[in-house]
Design a protein around this ligand. Structure first.
Ligand code: SF4
Length: 342
């Protein structure tokens, strides 16, 4: 059996591993040992699992493997230590993840799909459409790969890489469980970023998790937002804000609105005034993001980032400007994969 046809043990629950051990004629505690090797010691192969009987390992090796992805390329920004990874999955597809170091710890931005169907006009990930969803194990594998390569412990996760997490809902929920229970990352250290799939936000509220929700708003005007984010045609701004308010009411978690500043598109005083009408008086936080320009699109980075932040302050809106990490590498989402495909 080819390596990529084998079932991946990474991504299985402790219960599933115990059951597998039983099915192969072993005591269930062998499943617990497997679990410890996979998630605790982050073993990359069955050969490393020294305290498992040789016969058990041989039987496992026929149909199972432990695979967290092969790092095929990486770019390091020497100015701040940001590392961008291009990882090859078992079927030959590629995903990106970005490791950033902050005072409070190391944050990893992970991908949830290969490509993306949402078609945001400023984003490289959506240019070729979606190829496929990632499994929970493939999303979590990005954490283990980055930790092993960098020697840094990942303490925060942002689901903000390639793909729309709520368009891959069930696998993303399984991933959050793995990150939280198996890899020990607290839910409050996990941020899910969506372009605004309202039914997905409602399903997420039903789960009543303690994760952070970030919503890409990028314009307070419906027409303009729909121009740069096609998802807005299906879920107009009033419906989106209502879903965010409901999310806060049900989970007690304040929603962050992501706002990528694009020159002449959404960085004018009237945009700030309209944001005041939308979000004023509600629990909110606005994360201002300087655009990482993408070669294939016409959007330019705004020169008004500080002015826009001051304008928001004038309107009593809370905002911060996202620190720019990885400015010297292909840091825009999907850019490394596209450049590599070329
Ligand atoms: S910004 Fe996010 S949702 Fe939009 S196309 Fe890119 S990856 Fe997809």
């Amino acid at each position: 059996m080819e390596q990529n046809q084998k079932t991946n043990l990474f991504g299985m629950t402790e219960q599933e591993l115990r059951q597998l051990a039983s099915d192969l004629g072993e005591k269930p505690f062998r499943g617990r040992q497997l679990y410890d090797w996979i998630y605790g010691k982050k073993a990359s192969s069955l050969d490393e699992m020294g305290n498992l009987p040789g016969k058990f390992r041989e039987n496992l090796a026929k149909d199972y493997t432990v695979f967290t992805g092969d790092i095929e390329r990486k770019q390091t920004d020497p100015s701040d230590g940001t590392i961008k990874y291009l990882t090859r999955l078992a079927d030959g597809e590629h995903v990106e993840s970005v490791l950033m170091s902050y005072e409070h710890g190391n944050s990893l931005c992970v991908s949830t799909q290969v490509g993306c169907n949402m078609g945001c006009t400023f984003c490289a990930s959506g240019l070729g459409g979606k190829v496929r969803d990632l499994t929970a194990g493939e999303i979590a594998g990005q954490i283990v790969s980055a930790e092993k390569d960098s020697g840094r412990k990942v303490s925060n996760i942002v689901l903000m890489g390639m793909g729309e997490p709520l368009d891959n809902f069930d696998e993303v929920m399984d991933f959050i469980r793995i990150a939280n229970e198996d890899l020990g990352i607290g839910q409050r250290h996990i941020t899910l970023s969506t372009c605004g799939l309202v039914p997905g936000i409602e399903r997420l509220a039903d789960k009543n998790l303690q994760i952070n929700l970030a919503v890409s708003l990028h314009s307070p005007f419906q027409e303009e937002r729909a121009r740069i984010m096609p998802v807005a045609r299906a879920y107009p701004i009033p419906q989106l804000i209502a879903a965010c308010d409901d999310y806060f009411n049900r989970t007690g978690r304040r929603v962050t609105y992501e706002y990528t500043l694009i020159d002449g598109v959404n960085d004018r005083p009237e945009d700030a005034a309209e944001l005041k009408k939308l979000l004023g008086g509600k629990p909110h936080h606005i994360n201002l993001i300087p655009l990482n320009p993408v070669t294939e699109t016409n959007h330019k980075r705004s020169n008004n980032v500080n002015l826009f932040a001051a304008e928001l302050k004038k309107h009593h809106l809370n905002s911060t400007i996202r620190r720019k990490n990885g400015g010297n590498i292909d840091a825009a989402c999907g850019q490394l994969r596209r450049n590599s495909m070329r």
